[in-house]
Design a protein around this ligand. Structure first.
Ligand code: HSE
Length: 440
């Protein structure tokens, strides 16, 4: 058999140890598939003495991952340290500059440095593979980069953050408040060290920016993503969505529009009977809407040691076989600066929940302000407080009355301006809740 592919593994946390276990477990099958064995020969991690349940005795140890990356014995660097800065960045750059291919699971690094790293990899004729950086075990990078090579993409959207999907699912299924579900997600180890990164949508935005580059050939730019998280979503929204035939998901959406590429992350109403609405719990899903095909939805585990290791090992197998595809599916020099479609120009349906002051003319004022912006309503539901029999006239308690509006397709700009006018009219209390509806 041909000589083994010698791997330097930087990072021995949940993912790094899972990579070692998977390589060990699949050793013979991988060797048969790739025509050569894949062997970890050296590792680097913060603490050498930590108990990990894996045998490191035969492996060389490096305290500094960049020195591991530069070591002449290793053929390829696997970086599963994480984080956009050092030591991950320096280790990846060192390996590429030394002409060694790199496999990384690092979405933050790819989102901030993806284009520069792709240039560096190509300059040195080596692979930079990052299947594990988006949606864990779902092979979405390969799907976009290789499987759908012959297609133009119209839209990619998905559930890219397991923590948010877990929270929204638990809120709906168990009628729990947001904060309680978040605590549970943290306890189960789904959330990032700083959970606001998950729940405010930034984790999804990084992943989306990588998918958008693969799909549209643009330089990775997480700054071009409009981001809203799920922390304002209440049980009242989930109930209203269910009644209207929808479910709320935190989606990342990248879509080609006449105004440019729209990239957005926000709570989204999806039709309850759609494929993506069925995805509950910590699971991820990505739908690819490509020319000439009906949409393809991939569903699977988006995080966790084994799911991520599966993607890392698949990337390693490509390197062992000598497969090298440009990191973003085209020569980096052909990646273009993104023409960002402004969010104000987003078009679609909207769910709007308002607390209308309970006095004559409130509803008429709201309707007038929407009409002034050419916003047409598909449905309007006003929920009066239910009062006990003989307890007086329903809805005349003086308390604000929830009003739920569903609009036909309109623009973000029109909705924002109409709601600003409604607030100035003082016919509502508090801030309106706005959730965009995604056609699917
Ligand atoms: N915190 C992330 C999630 C982990 O919840 O999906 C995977 O990137």
């Amino acid at each position: 058999m041909a000589k083994p592919l010698k791997v330097g593994l930087a990072g021995l946390g949940t993912v790094g140890t899972a990579v070692m276990r998977l390589l060990e477990h699949e050793r013979d099958k991988l060797a048969a598939r790739c025509g050569r064995p894949i062997e970890v020969v050296a590792v680097s991690a913060r603490s050498r003495g930590k108990k990990r349940g894996i045998d490191l005795k035969k492996l060389r140890w490096f305290a500094d991952p960049a020195r591991l990356a530069a070591d002449p014995e290793i053929d390829v660097l696997v970086e599963v340290i994480g984080g956009a800065g050092n030591p991950a960045k320096r280790a990846v750059e060192t390996a590429l500059a030394a002409g060694k291919p790199v496999v990384t699971a690092n979405k933050a690094l790819l989102a901030s440095e993806g284009y520069k790293l792709a240039m560096l990899a190509e300059r040195h004729d080596v692979a930079l593979n990052f299947e594990a950086s988006v949606a864990g075990g779902i092979p979405i990078v390969k799907t976009l980069r290789e499987g759908l090579n012959g297609n133009s993409f119209n839209r990619i959207y998905g559930i890219l953050n397991g923590t948010c999907n877990y929270i929204l699912s638990r809120m709906e299924e168990d009628r729990l408040a947001f904060a309680e579900c978040l605590r549970e997600a943290q306890r189960l180890g789904y959330a990032e060290a700083d959970p606001s990164f998950d729940v405010e949508g930034h984790d999804t935005a990084q992943k989306l920016s990588i998918l958008a580059s693969l799909a549209f050939g643009t330089k990775v730019d997480p700054g071009a993503v409009y981001v809203e998280g799920i922390s304002s979503i209440t049980l009242a929204d989930l109930d209203a969505a269910a009644e209207l035939g929808y479910r709320v998901k935190l989606l990342g959406v990248a879509v080609r529009t006449e105004a440019g590429i729209e990239q957005r992350v926000h709570p989204t109403m999806v039709r309850k009977d759609s494929a993506i609405a069925q995805v509950m719990g910590v699971t991820n899903a990505v739908t690819v809407d490509a020319e000439g095909l009906s949409p393809i939805t991939l569903v699977g585990p988006g995080a966790g040691g084994m799911a991520t290791a599966s993607a890392v090992v698949s990337d390693l197998a490509d390197i062992a076989r000598g497969v090298r595809i440009p990191p973003f599916g085209r020569p980096a020099a052909r990646m273009t600066a993104i023409r960002k479609a402004p969010m104000q120009r987003h078009e679609g349906g909207y769910y709007i929940r308002l607390l209308a002051r309970d006095r004559p003319g409130s509803a008429a004022t709201i309707a007038r302000r929407l009409a002034q912006r050419q916003i047409s309503l598909e449905s309007i539901v006003q929920r009066h407080e239910i009062r006990p029999p003989g307890g007086g006239q329903a809805g005349r308690s003086g308390a604000p009355v929830p009003v739920i509006l569903i609009t036909y397709a309109t623009s973000e700009d029109a909705v924002r301006k109409a709601l600003a006018a409604v607030r100035r009219d003082r016919v509502i209390s508090g801030r309106p809740q706005v959730i965009r509806i995604e056609k699917n």
